[in-house]
Ligand binder design. Structure first.
Ligand code: FAD
Length: 468
């Protein structure tokens, strides 16, 4: 990042008024901490906010929001800072940062947990696993709970227990006009519906309450690797095998160059592979039986699928998605791994450019599909798979090539696209947002938006424009 960013400065009187009432840290372009404060996970994003407001509670959130609206400044909300396109930053505007609001309280008797919006997934897992429970969420521990939840939340436990939104009991939030609301199935049910899939559009969520589920502490989990040249056979076998697996098992197919990690023998480092990564969250012996056909298919290069702690499995992908690298994602839902889809995937996997690029195919179904499509704003419950194609590089060098590879794979799949998971979108425009929700739901969301944010204050997101 440049040392002397030409960021817009905000009106001094507006800032001073905020400063008088704000209890957290306020960072502006002249501050020494500014460059660090405007950094987010995706190193390819560089934006220049006028103010970053580290909120300590609801009062700070309301004050920062008020400051932005009265100052006529654009606004962004940042919790974990893992938005792929960097929508948690905004040029010339106010970033409402929630990272300091990271309290967690488990209620083991009622099997619920309250988590503030700045909580990261790893911290939530640690606290809930202490009680032998978990909230199904994502697969990288440094992802923010808030952004992930408000878009849906897919991960290792989804086929058994559903999406992260399916565990949500209530959410505290501050809406565009500064009103504090608790949304739940009983209070503000329409808002609660919209929050569960399009949540960044209606206000700043300050705290969540989730249902807990018993998990682990041991799961049968890890990757099995084959040479990428065998992808057509592995994928065809996988497609048939998953039709009979129980909901305890969630798998992700990964295409990438084998990373130089201690668990992987040096001779495999850098070799393009296809891996099926499993997480069986149930009886370990039963899981061994379920996984036997997979681990005896062909001649795997490596089998690292073993009983291990759920916490260890949750952090397995962390080293592959470090902060500051350059990331570009292309995503689509696909109904089935038809022969054509397999052919396209196997061909593009052979072309993998950088050591960091990867295509992950999540297997959905199970509990995800048992929730009705209209029960939450989050959509695409009936599809079989979500493709997340990552064109990644350490920095600018090789990034254009990696990005082109991701786009080419995604484009080749276009005839089979069946929607998209909103949290895996880049800034791709209104048509793609409509693809994420479908026309009917989008209409309902736009009516809700008109009610809670008619001025579209919350627009640095996958935006729902207010109904006219
Ligand atoms: P931020 O960048 O802080 O926020 C993203 C957007 O969410 C904001 O622009 C805003 O619109 C909204 N938002 C954030 N906080 C609030 C709030 N408190 N109130 C209102 N709106 C808010 N997704 C999955 O489902 N499963 C995965 O396994 C998964 N793995 C991922 C791994 C990595 C490494 C990354 C980068 C992303 C992953 N994702 C996954 C996608 C992830 O769900 C989204 O990127 C999500 O937006 C991240 O949330 P965040 O709080 O970290 O992001």
């Amino acid at each position: 990042m440049g040392a002397a960013p030409a960021a817009a400065r905000m009106d001094e009187a507006v800032f001073q008024e905020l400063e008088r009432s704000f209890s957290g840290r306020l960072v502006r372009p002249d501050d020494a901490a500014y460059d660090e404060a405007r950094r987010i996970w995706n190193g390819s994003v560089s934006k220049l906010p006028a103010l970053i407001a580290y909120c300590t509670g609801v009062a700070d959130v309301a004050a920062a929001l008020d400051c932005a609206t009265r100052g006529g400044l654009p606004l962004a909300v940042r919790s974990g800072g893992h938005s792929f396109p960097g929508q948690s930053l905004v040029d010339g505007g106010v970033v409402v940062d929630l990272s300091a609001m990271n309290g967690i309280r488990v209620d083991p008797v009622n099997r619920t947990v309250r988590a503030q919006a700045g909580v990261l997934l790893g911290a939530l897992d640690r606290e809930t696993q202490h009680f032998g429970m978990a909230v199904p969420a994502g697969i990288v521990t440094h992802t923010g709970l808030a952004g992930l939840t408000l878009g849906g939340g897919i991960g290792w436990l989804m086929r058994k227990y559903g999406l992260t939104v399916d565990q949500l009991l209530s959410a505290d939030m501050v809406t565009a006009d500064g009103t504090f609301v608790t949304a739940s199935a009983r209070h503000e049910p329409e808002l609660f519906w919209g929050l569960r899939g399009a949540g960044g559009n209606f206000g700043v969520v300050t705290e969540f309450e989730f249902r807990l589920n018993p998990v682990g502490p041991t799961v049968l989990a890890g990757p099995i690797l084959w040479p990428v040249e065998e992808a057509p056979h592995v994928l065809a076998f996988y497609r048939d095998w998953i039709t009979g697996v129980p909901d305890e098992l969630t798998t992700i197919v990964v295409h990438r160059k084998a990373p130089p990690l201690p668990a992987i023998p040096p001779e495999l480092h850098g070799r393009p592979v296809i891996a099926v990564v499993s997480c069986y969250a149930g009886d370990i012996e039963a899981g061994q039986e379920v996984l036997r056909p997979l681990r005896t298919f062909g001649t795997p290069l490596l089998d690292l699928c073993v009983p291990k702690s759920y916490l260890a499995h949750q952090s397995m992908f962390d080293p592959s998605f470090r902060h500051g690298w350059w990331y570009h994602v292309r995503s689509c839902d696909i109904r089935r791994l038809d022969d054509e889809v397999i052919g396209i995937s196997a061909a593009h996997a052979l072309e993998i450019p950088s050591p960091l690029s990867t295509c992950n195919i999540f297997h959905l179904g199970g509990a995800v599909a048992r929730v009705g499509e209209d029960e939450t704003a989050c959509s695409g419950r009936g599809v079989g798979h979500t493709f997340n194609i990552n064109g990644n590089a350490f920095d600018a060098e090789g990034f254009a090539e990696a990005r082109a590879w991701a786009r080419a794979w995604w484009s080749a799949l276009e005839p089979y696209h069946a929607g998209v998971y909103v949290n895996f979108l880049m800034e791709e425009g209104p048509a793609r947002v409509q693809e994420a929700y479908g026309a009917d739901k989008l209409r309902r969301l736009r009516a809700l938006k008109r009610e809670y944010d008619p001025g579209n204050v919350f627009r640095s997101n996958q935006n729902i424009s207010p109904a006219a």
